[in-house]
Design a protein. Structure first.
Length: 454
């Protein structure tokens, strides 16, 4: 009897130990397998998912409608809200757009990294959440300081308390990263090695997707807000029009990754994006607010002042000979006047409508791999921010590559800023070399305009 009583008294303790041991064994199994695919739905079930729920009075109004139409109305309402909000941010100026970009970047990082936390069961890993956010801060410091130095080096390098952080930002960025690297190594736990290195890689890939793309978006802004607003608008137009055409006319499935996508919606999105993209581009080319580089922005009166580049000056183009012949028969003009930027916008619209959707297909494949419906529930009817900006990131990369490949020319102001940083003797030597070069390559009329060198 006494032994039986002792056994009964000790059973709660034994149960607790057994429970801990079973959890430890489960963690070990998860580590060996990395991800238990059979249990992945349970791992991610606590992640927030999108819903059609809105404010109470709107829910009551839509309750009588079929689910398809309820989702359509909710998506339409919140799309209009986002478009209006985006317009207000544009009106607020470049700084507001940069802050918005940074805010979206942080939220997208949180949504993607949260999936990794859930799948790899980060609750047992020391300091890993803090390390992930530390890496985000370090990456932002490197990229955003890089932009500031590139465009405002002369102003930022004047004597002030922040001058060392700007002047030596690459060294500080590297130092911060090394600290994070050492932090990660010191936090390694024997039983969680595979899981920790997987999350370390997950964090870096997320940074590559989110931070690098937001940096490219900022770079595009500095070339003129039109290089930011037009591509963003094209993605929004394509997404909206593809949804509308697919909703009303869609019958033929487009891709298995996204069963709701149809060929009718895809083709309708392409046509609408090209037409509306050209119209928006033509209208924006007439306003300095959109075409001037950010360096020319005056934050006091929120105005830009610059001489429009050739991209934004009306130019007369001759039509192809075949079209000229047809137009001549009907007495129509054989030339067309347009802004050169409109021709570039045609390339942007084709990319945004044909290649851009593959950013969404990629995100759909990612969600299917981890058995989640959406990345979050920030926007009713839409999901998380990643669900809305998956195509935008791909578009931002293309625009940046396109600008540097086919559009951008050396900026005299940037070169002048670098020259101002040289010592006086080096500036004189540079002037002598430039004068000699001009003497060789230019005619005497230019030579006469140069000052004498005494």
């Amino acid at each position: 009897m006494s032994s039986l009583n002792q056994t009964q008294q000790s059973s709660p303790q034994h149960q607790t130990l057994d429970r801990k041991q079973s959890i430890d064994n489960m963690d070990s199994d998860t580590e060996d397998k990395l991800i238990d695919e059979s249990n992945i739905e349970d791992l991610v079930k606590e992640l927030p998912q999108s819903t059609d729920k809105t404010v109470q009075f709107l829910d009551n109004m839509l309750a009588v409608l079929p689910k398809k139409w309820r989702n359509y109305i909710v998506r339409t309402i919140f799309t209009l809200i986002m478009v209006i909000g985006f317009g207000l941010v544009i009106y607020s100026g470049p700084l507001a757009l940069m802050i918005l970009t940074l805010g979206i970047q942080v939220k997208c990082f949180q949504e993607i990294i949260s999936i990794g936390y859930s799948v790899y069961r980060v609750h047992g890993l020391p300091w890993f959440r803090s390390l992930s956010w530390y890496m985000l801060f370090t990456s932002n410091y490197f990229f955003y300081a890089e932009s500031l130095v590139e465009y405002f080096s002369l102003v930022l390098k004047k004597p002030n308390i922040l001058r060392p952080l700007i002047l030596y930002h690459r060294f500080f960025s590297f130092t911060l990263y090394v600290i994070g690297f050492i932090w990660f190594v010191l936090s390694l736990v024997k039983r969680y090695y595979l899981r920790q290195f997987s999350l370390f890689a997950w964090t870096h890939v997320t940074l590559l997707i989110v931070v690098t793309q937001s940096y490219l978006i900022i770079q595009n802004m500095f070339e003129g807000l039109i290089w930011f607003i037009v591509p963003v608008s094209m993605i929004v137009i394509n997404d909206s029009m593809a949804y509308l055409f697919g909703f009303f006319l869609g019958k033929t499935p487009l891709i298995k990754l996204s069963p709701k996508k149809t060929w009718e919606g895809f083709i309708g999105g392409v046509v609408a994006t090209v037409i509306l993209g050209i119209i928006i581009s033509h209208l924006m080319c007439g306003y300095e607010f959109f075409i001037c580089p950010i360096e020319s922005y005056n934050p006091i009166d929120r105005k830009f002042s610059c001489a429009p580049s050739k991209l934004f000056q009306l130019t007369e183009y001759c039509l192809p000979e075949t079209i000229q012949f047809i137009f001549k028969m009907f007495g129509l003009p054989q030339t067309i006047v347009m802004y050169p930027f409109v021709l570039h916008s045609l390339a942007l619209s084709l990319f945004s409508s044909i290649i851009g959707p593959f950013g969404g297909f990629f995100a759909s494949g990612f969600k299917r791999a981890f058995k989640i419906k959406d990345f979050g529930d920030v926007i009713p009817g839409h999901g998380g921010l990643v669900d809305r900006f998956d195509c935008q990131y791909l578009m931002a990369s293309f625009v940046n590559v396109y600008i540097y490949s086919f559009v951008k020319a050396p900026n005299p102001n940037k070169i002048l800023n670098l020259i101002y940083q040289l010592k006086y003797e080096d500036q004189l030597n540079l002037f002598a070399m430039l004068r000699e070069h001009l003497n060789i390559t230019e005619d005497n009329s230019i030579h006469k305009t140069l000052p004498s060198w005494d």
